[in-house]
Structures are given as structure tokens and as C-alpha cells.
Write a new protein. Structure first.
Length: 438
């Protein structure tokens, strides 16, 4: 059997893991692929940099052109990250007649249409299992295992950095800043963690999953998202007191009674019952619920990042390319194509939910009545209230932390009520709120 030639663009953390598997497990991988998987080139910026894998010197290159002109290379694996250089390298590889495997969720979320159109134009294929949830085979589950289903809902923890931070805040009582610093020290968070903690990374992944699950194209900026930076450890404490845990969730769902109604979607901190499976996901792990009309609810759990879990998903795509499965999936699904339905999301204002609301108010008669009256004016009923002893506020004033759990209300009515509450002179700082999922 002829060997299957592979070029690797990038040899950082994930790239080193991919190279390690290809170089150290050739017989096992050849048995899976039905032919030898041969690493022929590794393109890097700095050939002299120390790496976690010993690369033979004849494999190392610094210029993509040596890959594009090599007829013995059938597949290019992009694990560089970022979008500018990676976009050009992927498009050039497709134009040169190479199939592509990528782990780059930002590239797909922002340039998926252009890249997949280029693949179709040049008769090439693209596989991207590692772009979402690291070692969890969620792309394969949606494209193959659940192919008989109309997908009704996706609900998942898709960012290991945020989940680690929230776990530390919950289990160790740390502040957000303390937990973030610990995540950075352990390599779970970047020096600049903005894209993780503000929900952007999770939104990238939700956009990819929605493209597959619902056959829709959603511009990234259209996905409502809130991050975790405003979560205080007192919110973690109140959540525990109420029997809940706070998680950053990506959620998308359709009306099961409608075949073409708008899809609801968001990325947000959500309060979950402590016994709910996603509430039990700790540290840097990911987990995803997928609900299909035939199968019901299915749960996928595992390491959502890290060298070898992500490398595992990349090499699985390489094997799928070698045996032809990835090409069949690419041709049949027609993802990011003119056949993909362009849609607008369901207005957040029309989505019903319960809510957690925290505010600090003046300790004086009538304040609670004022707050409850505002909520009642917006057709929002109260499920429970926590009001602890007053504490000292600015300039020696007495301040009461007030926690309200609502019954189900329309999101638009609730946010209008919160805006009115925040304008009240009785409320001493902006309130904090999260959806509650029961």
C-alpha cells in the first residue's frame, strides 16, 4: 500500500503531540488507516527552537512552498492557530491539491465559507474534529453517529479555562482574579485570557456546532455572549446556598414543534442545579449535551484541551482522510455552502427563563417593596428572596445584599426591569444576573 504523505504546519503544543503520535506509533496508526501515515514535512518559524518531540532534521522546513510543491504530500495539517497566516496557508494548500485538517476554531468561525468554497472549487476536503472540545469526538457524533436525528438542542461547557476558574471559585473559595492567576500559572489560561473569559472562544465553537447540527450560518457577532469576569465569589456562595452551581454554557435550541422556526442561541454564565450532569463537570474538562428527536438526550464528556487530547482528535481526522471517510462527509454535508440556510436568531427578548438577581441596596424601609413592585410591573414573579444582615457601605452607610430568584419570565421583560432597578437611588451598584436552568 502506498504511504499517505502528511505535512504539519506548526509544531507547538498540539503540533508536537500530533508529530509524536505519527512518529512513535506508525504500526498502530497504519493498521487503523490501512496504509502507512508518513510525516514528510513540519513547517515552523524557528527551526532551532526546543520542542517536546524529537524531529528528524530532514523533516523541518520554514516555508510552506516546499509543502505545496511536493507531490508526495496528500494532506496538510494546520495547527498554527490565529487566522491571518493560517487562512492563507489553508487556501494555498487547497489550491495546490492538498486536503486539509485543521484544529483552528477561530479560522472556521470567521472564514468557514471562504475555506469550504475553496475546498469544493479545487475538489479537496477539510476535516476539523479538533476545532471543538479537544479530545471529545463531538463533530463525528453530529455528522455520523446522530445523522438520523433532527437536532433539537445543544448545551455544553466548551471552554476549559473558564470551567477551571469557576471550579476553583466554587471548590476553593477563590476570587475570580485568584482563580485566573492560578489557571495562567498552570497553563490553562493565556497571558491575555480575554477570548476565553469573555465568551468569544465558546462562541466560535458554538458557531461551528450550529453549522453542523442545524445547517445554519450565524455570523459570530450575532451570537449573544457574556463572559465570567463579572462573577463574584459571593455569587458562587449564594448559588451554593440555593442549591445551584454557576457554569459558562453554550446553548442553542429550536422549537421542537416547528420545522423552520428561528433558533435561540447564547453564551452565558448559567445557574444549574447541583445534581445536573453539567454542574458536576470539574476543572478543565468539557461536556456537551446533544438532544435529537429520535435518540433523545446524549452526553459527551472529556478533556476539551491539552496536547494529547487535541492531538488525538487531529490524528483521528488524518485517519479519516486516509481511508476516505472525511471526503465522503465533506461532500455529502455541504457545510458552509450556498445551501446553508441564512437565518436570524430568535430575539432574546422573547425567550423565557428563570433568573438569579443580586444587588446591594440601602438599608431603609420600603426598598424591598420598591424592588418587588418594579418586578411586578414587568410581570415577573418572585420564587425566593435572600436578605442577609446589613453591612457597612460607602461613607459608613448600611448596605443590604439582596438576592432574588424569579419564576419564569420573558428575558426582555426581565432585562427591562433590571434596567429600571439599576436607575433606582436605592440600588448602590449595578445589579448582577444570570439565567437559571432547571
Amino acid at each position: 500500500m502506498e504511504p499517505y504523505g502528511i505535512a504539519l504546519l506548526g509544531c507547538g503544543t498540539v503540533g508536537s503531540g500530533v508529530a509524536k503520535l505519527l512518529l512513535e506509533e506508525p504500526e498502530r496508526l497504519a493498521a487503523q488507516a490501512g496504509q502507512p501515515l508518513v510525516l514528510r514535512k513540519v513547517v515552523v518559524k524557528d527551526p532551532g527552537k526546543a520542542r517536546e518531540v524529537a524531529l528528524p532534521s530532514n523533516l523541518i522546513a520554514t516555508d510552506c512552498r516546499s509543502v505545496l510543491s511536493d507531490p508526495s504530500i496528500q494532506l496538510v495539517v494546520e495547527v498554527v492557530g490565529g487566522t491571518a497566516w493560517a487562512r492563507t496557508a489553508v487556501l494555498d494548500s487547497l489550491a495546490a491539491g492538498k486536503d486539509v485538517v485543521t484544529a483552528n476554531k477561530a479560522l472556521l468561525a470567521q472564514h468557514g465559507q471562504e475555506i469550504f468554497d475553496a475546498g469544493r472549487k479545487h475538489g479537496r476536503s477539510i476535516a476539523f474534529e479538533a476545532s471543538v472540545a479537544g479530545g471529545i469526538p463531538i463533530i463525528g457524533a453530529l455528522t455520523q453517529g446522530l445523522a438520523a436525528n433532527r437536532i433539537l438542542a445543544i448545551q455544553g461547557i466548551l471552554n476549559g479555562t473558564c470551567n477551571y476558574i469557576l471550579t476553583e471559585m466554587t471548590d476553593q473559595g477563590r476570587s475570580y482574579r485568584e482563580a485566573l492567576a492560578d489557571a495562567q500559572a498552570k497553563g490553562y489560561a493565556e497571558a491575555d485570557p480575554t477570548m476565553d473569559v469573555d465568551g468569544t472562544d465558546t462562541a466560535h465553537k458554538l458557531a461551528i456546532l450550529s453549522q453542523i447540527a442545524f445547517r445554519i450560518a450565524i455570523p459570530l457577532n450575532d451570537i449573544p455572549r457574556r463572559g465570567i469576569a463579572e462573577i463574584d465569589k459571593i455569587d458562587i456562595g449564594y448559588a451554593r446556598e440555593l442549591g445551584y452551581t454557576i457554569k459558562l454554557l453554550a446553548e442553542a435550541w429550536v422549537d421542537p414543534k416547528s420545522t423552520d422556526g428561528p433558533i435561540a442561541m447564547h453564551v452565558s454564565p448559567v445557574m444549574l442545579r447541583q445534581t445536573y450532569p453539567l454542574a458536576l463537570v470539574r476543572d478543565a474538562f468539557n461536556a456537551i449535551f446533544v438532544t435529537g428527536d429520535a435518540v433523545g438526550s446524549t452526553l459527551y464528556y472529556g478533556r476539551g484541551a491539552g496536547q494529547m487530547p487535541t492531538a488525538s482528535a487531529v490524528v483521528a481526522d488524518i485517519i479519516d482522510m486516509a481511508v476516505g471517510r472525511a471526503q465522503q462527509t465533506f461532500r455529502s454535508l455541504k457545510l458552509w455552502s450556498s445551501e446553508t440556510k441564512k437565518t436570524t436568531l430568535r430575539s432574546r427578548a422573547t425567550i423565557p427563563s428563570r433568573f438569579y438577581l443580586r444587588m446591594h441596596v440601602q438599608d431603609r424601609p420600603g426598598v424591598l417593596a420598591e424592588i418587588t413592585r418594579i418586578l411586578a410591573d414587568h410581570q415577573i414573579s418572585i420564587s425566593s428572596i435572600i436578605q442577609h444582615e446589613a453591612m457597612e457601605g460607602p461613607e459608613g452607610s448600611a448596605v443590604v445584599p439582596l438576592i432574588i430568584m424569579t419564576h419564569t419570565a420573558l428575558t426582555g421583560s426581565f432585562t427591562d426591569a433590571v434596567a429600571r432597578i439599576n436607575r433606582s437611588p436605592s440600588v448602590l451598584a449595578g445589579s448582577v444576573y444570570f439565567p437559571v436552568a432547571d
